[in-house]
Write a protein that binds this ligand. Structure first.
Ligand code: SF4
Ligand code: SF4
Length: 392
């Protein structure tokens, strides 16, 4: 029998406590949490095993664990835990820990540990935008300038949109590669055939665009229409609406900026698709989540980390300032006013993109579908290997 040496990392135990409110030391391993969890399976009995791994500070095992991403914080485990050890909250803390583990820059770890660090980071990015704007356009528009002369869409493209797209692409790709290394490549127990990466690719897209596992948080026998009418899908659908709004807005700003600044071209398409749908989605979604966090009526909203608050606040302000900007352009208020509203909008939008997307809460959107994809790959590869061994 192979002996496994468990290395306890006390720093890690301390860090997990700092970034969440789970009482994982109280767990006495009764197993109730895993048995009531609608998403765990026999092969992946979370969150019970994570309670042990966190309590023992088993860094190696935790870093290679995909299961915290497969939990959607329905809160059933926390509700039923006889020790009030908050296993659902532990899974949330572990997601924060994993984000810091994939991030080679170390920024996520600092942001999760200190709210002041997060405020300072946001301020630095906002000031960076102000300086860049001042260099490109000055601090006042020239007298008599049109909007396009005062705020050239080309310059916004070259100096704001494209650099941020490249930055986010590089950061997220390198972090996801890190995740791949730590969770798939480091796993000697399974070898994944190259073909599977392609044939399982659909699950990546499907889960990113539907976030379907949220719907599975309620595993009662009721029909989908009953769940819909009784509000059991509200959290999932609101989250989905918010995510799609965000994606639509991001794609619109990066690739179709001219439409945003145009007063007349393609009025129906850009107004309906981009401005209203996306901005309403952002505002409605963020207000919904703020109310949930303030009222703390459901398990998943009982505890709020400072990064959770900052994310919804920045998203909300991005949506509101975007609508104000659009209204200012459509109703043709003075160019100087639009000039300043535009600047304020970018000073909110960029901290949201630079800080929240790669280093904080937004990154869940990227990691979750990728984790489901990796978990599927491993499961499929294991069953293929088993079948091959049985045949030979
Ligand atoms: S239900 Fe609570 S005490 Fe029991 S294993 Fe889960 S976390 Fe531990
Ligand atoms: S919060 Fe829900 S999905 Fe997550 S481990 Fe607990 S029961 Fe499972």
């Amino acid at each position: 029998m192979k002996n496994t040496v468990v290395k306890t990392d006390n720093e890690l135990v301390k860090y997990i406590k700092e970034v969440g409110e789970s009482n994982f030391k109280k767990c006495f391993q009764c197993g109730t949490c895993s048995s009531v969890c609608p998403l765990s399976t026999e092969d992946r009995p979370f969150p019970r095993k994570e309670m042990i791994m966190a309590g023992w500070g088993m860094k190696e095992q935790l870093v290679s664990d995909l299961d915290p991403w497969l939990c959607y914080y329905c809160g059933e485990c926390s509700k039923n835990c006889p020790r009030k050890a908050e296993p659902g909250e532990l899974m949330m803390s572990l997601r924060r820990f994993l984000i810091s583990a994939y991030d080679w820059t170390g920024i996520s770890k600092i942001l999760y540990k200190s709210k002041y660090a997060e405020y300072i980071a946001i301020l630095i990015v906002a000031l960076g935008v102000l300086i860049e704007w001042a260099v490109l356009f000055g601090l006042h528009p020239a007298a008599g300038a049109t909007l396009e002369q005062a705020v050239s869409p080309d310059k916004i493209d070259y100096f704001f949109d494209w650099p941020i797209t490249v930055f986010l692409g590089v950061m997220l790709t390198s972090f996801i590669y890190n995740m791949f290394r730590k969770t798939v490549l480091s796993d000697d127990s399974v070898k994944i055939p190259l073909k599977l990466y392609f044939t399982e690719g659909w699950s990546l897209m499907f889960n990113f665009f539907t976030q379907y596992r949220y719907a599975k948080c309620d595993d009662s026998e009721e029909s989908s229409s009953k769940k819909l009418s009784t509000g059991k899908y509200n959290f999932w659908l609101t989250h989905l609406f918010l995510m799609i709004s965000y994606v639509v807005l991001f794609v619109g700003i990066v690739f179709f900026l001219d439409w945003f600044q145009a007063e007349n071209s393609l009025p129906y398409l850009h107004i309906i698709l981009f401005d209203y749908f996306a901005s309403i989605g952002l505002i409605f979604g963020t207000v919904y989540f703020v109310i949930k966090r303030l009222t703390k009526k459901i398990e998943r909203s009982k505890f709020s980390h400072h990064t959770d608050w900052m994310f919804v606040i920045l998203l909300f302000l991005t949506g509101v300032s975007g609508i104000v900007l659009r209204a200012a352009i459509v109703y043709k208020i003075s160019v100087p006013s639009i000039f300043y509203i535009y600047l304020v909008h970018l000073m909110i939008l960029f901290p949201m993109l630079v800080i929240e997307v790669p280093f904080s809460k937004w990154s869940h959107l990227a990691y979750r579908p990728v984790a489901i994809y990796f978990a599927n790959l491993k499961e499929k590869a294991k069953s293929l290997n088993k079948n091959n061994a049985e045949i030979s």
